[in-house]
Design a binder for this molecule. Structure first.
Ligand code: LLP
Length: 403
């Protein structure tokens, strides 16, 4: 177990940089990466951090410095990774519904690309033949994930080429002599059951014989991390063992070595992040005691969008008697960050810490209600470093034409 960032450090960050504020703990990211490497030590596995979870350049650069490669979901994420000085050979591009020009641009930048439709595969074949390797994202028809919005591998999902269309895939590969080097699936996020990955592996190992150039199987991201106290995440050691066993058996049977790729986003950064917020208003009605804070769904959308639970702590009154609160944001629609939470008495002015805010927190923030996006701070080697300043009104106006 890795301990949470100590309250005095978080409080110091809030005092120094103001709230709302995102704080990330570098050491936690490193710990998560090391745990992955350890869990998969018995097989040839490569990790690509799914940058979409948190794309701050300092985070990308830090993840790169750990030895982890980067998975991008848009051409701009690629450009951010390059800006963070990640080598193009360490960048993967897994996209969907994009214009083919983005793929051409990614190839020009020297990045490895996955295509996710027959249409893109055909265009890729026509344009590049076998001059540039490519990966294919398949839709495995596996229903999994914490929420339908983040389930991506099921039979009515828009993602990937349905496995039923394998014949068409093979026909395109053969007509354009396409050099397919990886097969990819990503079944969804928050997949607790390691067996879902095993199901995906079995499916891919059943068809990989038809892809003689494939040297790696990409199983995407989606490892579950605990959000509730004492909740269990994906059992990484079980998964690591299953991967080693399945691929070893396959190798013994066929003589073919297949590397395994993963694209973890949440697993690396989720628990490293805290959204700090100040309580502005206490309000009571017949049924509830509200604590109104200086953030909202504009800065952490997960509770309202996915009904996600984020644990909340009162940093500045930890020893007070416990009471029940509903923590609400300051946005002009219902933005409950935590309902009916038992926690030490909250006073106006207290600083609350919303946990598990590293992944898809800042990254999904908006300027709704013309509120300014928070600053981001990285706690590393014992010091707090501002890695993104707070937005200003000027930032909001900057892209608008003058009146
Ligand atoms: N690879 C692909 C192709 C993906 O689409 C995703 C996430 C990942 C990897 C990383 O998944 P992770 O390890 O982070 O679960 N905003 C949602 C999660 C959406 C994930 C979209 N794709 C949330 O806040 O739960």
């Amino acid at each position: 177990m890795f301990p949470h960032l100590a309250s005095p450090i978080l409080i110091e960050a809030a005092h120094q940089f103001g709230t709302p504020l995102y704080v990330y703990h570098a050491e936690r990211i490193r710990f998560q990466y090391q745990s992955l490497k350890q869990a998969f030590a018995n097989w040839d596995v490569r990790f690509f951090y799914a940058a979409k979870a948190l794309t701050n350049l300092h985070i990308l650069s830090y993840v790169d410095s750990l030895g982890c490669a980067i998975d991008c979901s848009s051409i701009n994420e690629i450009k951010l990774a390059l800006r963070a000085k990640v080598a193009s050979e360490k960048i993967l591009y897994t996209s969907n519904s994009i214009n083919f020009t983005e793929i051409e641009e990614a190839v020009a930048l020297g990045v490895y690309v996955h295509v996710d439709s027959l249409s893109a595969l055909e265009k890729f074949g026509k344009r590049f033949g076998n001059s540039y390797p490519v990966g294919i994202r398949l839709r495995p028809n596996i229903m999994a994930g914490g929420n339908l919005k983040i389930s991506t591998g099921h039979a009515s999902s828009k993602f990937g080429i349905p496995v039923e269309q394998l014949d068409q895939v093979l026909a395109l590969i053969s007509s354009y002599n396409i050099n397919v080097q990886t097969l990819h699936i990503h079944t969804g996020s928050e997949i607790k059951d390691a067996k879902v990955f095993v199901q995906g592996i079995s499916l891919l190992l059943d068809i990989v014989a038809q892809f003689p150039n494939v040297s790696a199987i990409n199983l995407g991201g989606g490892f579950k991390v605990p959000y509730y106290p004492n909740e269990k995440g994906t059992d990484m050691n079980e998964l690591g063992q299953s991967v080693a066993t399945l691929f070893m058996e396959y190798q013994q049977k066929t003589g073919r070595h297949l590397q395994v790729w993963f694209e973890p986003g949440k697993y690396l950064v989720c628990e490293a992040g805290y959204l700090l917020t100040t309580v502005n208003v206490l309000k009571e009605n017949e049924a509830q005691r509200f604590a109104g804070v200086d953030t909202g769904l504009n800065q952490l959308i997960r509770p309202m969008f996915y009904d996600a639970y984020h644990h909340i702590e009162n940093l500045t009154n930890p020893l007070a008697p416990v009471n029940t609160y509903t923590i609400v944001g300051n946005i002009c629609e219902t933005d409950t960050l935590g309902a009916d939470r038992s926690m030490p008495a909250i006073r106006e002015g207290d600083i609350l810490s919303i946990q598990n805010a590293g992944a898809y927190g800042f990254q999904m923030a908006s300027s709704y209600n013309a509120r300014l996006r928070p600053a981001e701070v990285l706690y590393k080697d014992g010091s707090l470093q501002l890695i993104r300043r707070r937005e200003t009104l000027e930032d909001l106006i900057q892209t608008q034409e003058n009146l």
